[in-house]
Design a binder for this molecule. Structure first.
Ligand code: NAD
Ligand code: UFG
Length: 338
């Protein structure tokens, strides 16, 4: 096996995955255009692993830059995180999302095949299930209607990568459908670093805890759930990162086309998260109930038994550790990587 190219490797999930890859002795090369990340995350990776992280500041839309990387480096597989991911922004800027995520991936995959590298692990999302047909969600659950362009890019890219694999079975394609990644590296030196007002629940909570925001807005308490607030499957980012190492092993064994949910199988409501965060960290999170957020669903959690069976992977961190680790990162780095 040659080197592993990690696109979007300076980002939240990517940087944690680089740590786990280097920890098991993989040779990693990172590509990121830093549109939503800081190169400092890679310095933190090096401090943890004691290894250099070869880095190319490049865009997946830049064919020449990709050609150069694939010519210089002996890349045998790509873990493809690079993409824009803000749901609300994607509604306002659909062209930018389709261009970046879809045209970017098409360019990447074209350069890959020209260089004989036909192994890819793709960051998909539970969002492809839309309002899921059944809960807990297995991989057999039909894909649904997405409520925003971001979700459609994931759904469409799954189709595109599947079609490419079906047409040429030298390809090994693993689609990983993430549920809700939170938490941070135990060291407290790496974590999620959102620009501006966080869209997602946990970074919003940690910013309330650190005093940057006054209170949490809870988007609706009239859902059909145990306390009326939305239920999700939160998964520790380090568990997610380890999932990629296991998927890579599957690729090395000639995976063909595979799809796996990466979740814990446990659903927690917004108020469950608030309570767990308060208990784990001894901080108060003031909140107000507000209107539902458009496009949100009541309940989403995984049946993750297929990943356990076929990848030998299962999440090992519980909600307490997720809350503690998110807080340690935020507390030690109130301004993220700045
Ligand atoms: P992130 O924004 O921290 O990481 C994405 C990285 O890709 C960033 O570092 C960004 O600078 C880079 N990037 C974006 N466009 C690029 C381009 N054209 N060329 C090169 N680099 C580019 O996000 P994340 O949370 O680490 O997510 C990683 C992947 O997982 C994304 O594809 C995301 O859609 C997917 N995902 C995330 C979640 C989540 O809740 N965080 C859930 C499901 C799926
Ligand atoms: N929520 C609040 N207040 C906030 C933020 C969120 O009440 O300030 C609630 C939401 O209504 C939802 C829950 O917290 O019930 C989780 O919301 P997030 O925004 O953290 O996560 P989502 O489940 O909406 O979406 C996330 C990612 C998507 C990904 C999806 C996969 O943002 O990219 O998980 O399940 F597709």
């Amino acid at each position: 096996m040659g080197k592993i190219l990690v696109t979007g490797g300076a980002g939240f999930i990517g940087s944690h995955t680089v740590v786990e890859l280097q920890n098991v002795g993989k040779e990693v090369v990172v590509l990121d255009n830093l549109s939503n990340a800081s190169e400092k995350s890679l310095e933190r990776v090096s401090a943890i692993t004691g290894k250099k992280v070869p880095f190319y500041k490049a865009d997946i839309l830049d064919r020449e830059a990709l050609e150069e990387i694939f010519s210089k480096e002996d890349i045998s597989a790509v873990i493809h995180f690079a993409g824009l991911k803000a749901v609300g922004e994607s509604v306002a800027k659909p062209w930018e999302y389709y261009e970046n995520n879809i045209a970017g991936t098409l360019t990447l995959v074209d350069v890959m095949r020209k260089h004989g590298c036909k192994n890819i692990i793709f960051s998909s999302s539970a969002t492809v299930y839309g309002d899921p047909a059944f809960i807990p969600i297995t991989e057999e659950c039909p894909k649904g209607v997405c409520t925003n362009p971001y979700g459609w890019t994931k759904s469409m890219l799954e189709q595109i990568l599947s079609d490419i694999q079906k047409a040429d079975n030298e390809w090994n394609v693993i689609l990983l459908r993430y549920f809700n990644p939170i938490g941070a590296h135990k060291s407290g030196t790496m974590g999620e670093n959102p620009n501006g007002i966080p869209n997602n629940l946990m970074p919003y909570i940690t910013q309330v805890a650190v005093g940057k925001r006054d209170h949490l807005n809870v988007f609706g308490n009239d859902y059909d759930t145990h306390d009326g607030t939305g239920v999700r499957d939160y998964i520790h980012v380090v568990d997610l990162a380890v999932g990629h190492v296991k998927a890579l092993k599957k690729i090395e064994e000639k995976a063909g086309l595979k799809i796996y949910n990466l979740g814990t199988g446990q659903g927690y409501s917004v108020l469950d998260i608030v309570k767990n965060f308060e208990e784990a960290n001894g901080v108060k999170i003031p909140y107000e109930i507000t209107e539902r957020r458009p496009g949100d669903i009541a309940t989403c959690y995984a049946d993750a038994t297929l990943a356990k069976k076929e990848l030998g992977w299962e999440a090992k961190y519980g909600i307490k550790e997720m809350c503690e680790d998110s807080w340690r990162w935020q507390k030690n780095n109130p301004n993220g990587y700045q």
